[in-house]
Write a protein that binds this ligand. Structure first.
Ligand SMILES: Nc1ncnc2c1ncn2[C@@H]1O[C@H](COP(=O)(O)OP(=O)(O)OP(=O)(O)O)[C@@H](O)[C@H]1O
Ligand SMILES: [Mg+2]
Length: 494
């Protein structure tokens, strides 16, 4: 059985890693979206603000310079331009006439020149409205018309520096990235701590499962959390307790049943013993008492015949008939007594007793059935009850072959293979199963049943089945204990 290795099987590290990684990624995505959105909004707002400021400056310059342009006062224009250049972030400011000639400029060197760049030129040739006409990386450029009595007399052009706004946006982006990293770090630490508390209960639960696999039912899982995993641990403990309880019940039931079986076996064994003793007693009584009485009767009849002067008396015939009847009765009584308790079994042992039984069957079977008996390992006597059970099994097995098998050959094999005596009887007859023509064996006679009960009484078993090539095979395994034999032998010597 593979033992649970919590770290590997459940992936403790993997749960923690997944949780930490998941939280970090979620923070990264959310914070990136948030920072990006925030910076973009700020950028849009600030650029809009810058546009408005630039436009406002250009407009103020246009309004304040209009009298000087109208009077063509270059000094006045210059003062106004310089005044507007003092406004926050103004890069340069100028006043141009409608033809694009620079009348005043924050860079005096450019006064008197014409606008040369195409964007400014196109701005001065467009509508007479104030507008932002160029947005570069570095500055916002705005233009405002200078009018007098609805006549265009010039343009004010002004550029406001963007570097401060750019610097602020870069700063906001950096701060946003820092916040993102901080959020990821906090989330990771939080996920790590969370996974520790979840995993602790899971680890305890896995140890419980491991114990269960090793059949340890008396060590409940320690419940350290009140969450779902903790509730699973509680449920596990309840299941464990009821498992332990049913195991306990089952164990005591099994012990009870074993005791009952043992008692039954002892009873059965005793019953077999009693039956055998009773048979022995009846056989002895038959032999001793009836046999003696018949011998006495025979003696009397012989004396009567002698007294009646041999064959001259009319009573001689009936006396002779009576004497032969009495003799026949003696033979029958001997046979019945032998059937009840074969004397050869007690005196000569199992194999000679079986051979004697087979010899007795000879007149019944003639030549139609060949019976062989083989024995192996019989270098000492087996316990009496084992020999008796084996004898009865062979007796019943052979009777069945004679009665039911229609066999031409049957082999009996007795093998002593400590601690068992194995008896096999194999015939080449019709077979025992209904399909082999034997019919439902259990529904008829009690021979097989008796065999099994006798074997079970001494802790053995009998199996009867069809042979593969046809016929029936009976196998009995009868255990024996050698000490019994020694003890019995010692008892019989006393
Ligand atoms: N060697 C065998 N070959 C074929 N059939 C057999 C053999 N041994 C037993 N059977 C079948 O099994 C049945 C049961 O046998 P079992 O010895 O229990 O009863 P029985 O011989 O019919 O009657 P009883 O033994 O009580 O006089 C038999 O009736 C017979 O059909
Ligand atoms: Mg039978």
């Amino acid at each position: 059985m593979i033992a649970l290795a919590p770290d590997k099987l459940f992936g403790e590290t993997s749960i923690r890693r997944n949780l930490v990684l998941g939280v970090a990624i979620v923070h990264l995505i959310l914070m990136t979206i948030f920072v990006f959105d925030l910076v973009e909004r700020q950028k849009a707002f600030l650029l809009d603000e810058l546009d408005r400021r630039t436009l406002h400056h250009a407009h103020v310059l246009a309004v304040s310079s209009s009298p000087w342009v109208l009077s063509d006062d270059l000094v006045g224009m210059e003062e106004v331009v310089e005044g507007s250049a003092r406004g926050s972030g103004v890069r340069h400011a100028m006043i141009v006439d409608p033809s694009g000639r620079i009348l005043a400029h924050t860079d005096r060197a450019r006064i008197g020149f014409y606008l040369a760049d195409p964007i400014s030129l196109s701005a001065t040739s467009g509508d007479r409205t104030a507008r932002v006409y160029q947005r570069s990386e570095a500055a916002i450029h705005a233009i405002s018309p200078i009018s007098a009595a609805d006549r265009l007399i010039g343009w004010s052009i002004l550029a406001v520096d963007k570097s401060a706004t750019n610097a602020y946006l870069a700063y906001a982006t950096r701060t946003g990235i820092l916040y993102t990293i901080a959020a990821m770090a906090i989330g990771t630490v939080f996920a790590f701590l969370l996974s520790r508390s979840i995993l602790r209960q899971l680890r305890l639960l896995l140890r419980g499962v491991d114990n269960l696999q090793r059949d340890v039912l008396d060590q409940p899982v320690k419940v350290v959390s009140r969450d779902e995993v903790g509730r699973v641990a509680e449920a596990f403990n309840r299941a464990l307790a009821s498992l332990a309880e049913s195991r306990q019940r089952l164990t005591s039931e099994i012990a009870e049943r074993r005791r009952a079986e043992d008692a039954l076996r002892t009873l059965s064994r005793r019953q077999v013993g009693i039956i055998e003793d009773e048979r022995k007693r009846i056989a002895r009584d038959l032999h001793d008492e009836l046999g003696q009485a018949l011998s006495g009767m025979q003696f009397c009849l012989t004396t009567m015949r002698n007294t009646l002067h041999g064959g001259d008396s009319p009573l001689d015939g009936p006396c002779a008939k009576m004497a032969s009847e009495v003799e026949r009765m003696g033979v029958s009584i001997h046979r019945i007594a032998n059937d009840l308790r074969p004397a050869t079994l007690d005196h000569l042992g199992l194999v000679p007793a079986i051979q004697a039984f087979i010899a007795d069957q000879k007149p019944l079977i003639g030549d139609r059935l060949a019976i062989t008996v083989d024995a192996a390992g019989f270098n000492r006597r087996l316990p009496t009850d084992v020999e008796m059970v084996a004898y009865r099994i062979v007796q019943e097995g052979l009777s069945n072959v004679i009665k039911h098998a229609a066999a031409s050959r049957v082999d009996v094999l007795l093998t002593v293979n400590h601690p068992q005596l194995i008896v096999t009887i194999r015939d080449d007859g019709v077979g025992i199963s209904p399909s082999a023509g034997g019919g439902p064996a259990a529904e008829r006679g009690i021979g097989l049943l008796g065999m099994k009960e006798r074997a079970a009484a001494i802790g053995g078993r009998v199996e009867v089945k069809d042979r593969r090539g046809g016929g029936t095979s009976l196998r009995a395994e009868l255990p024996y204990v050698l000490e019994d034999v020694d003890a019995e032998a010692a008892g019989s010597h006393r």
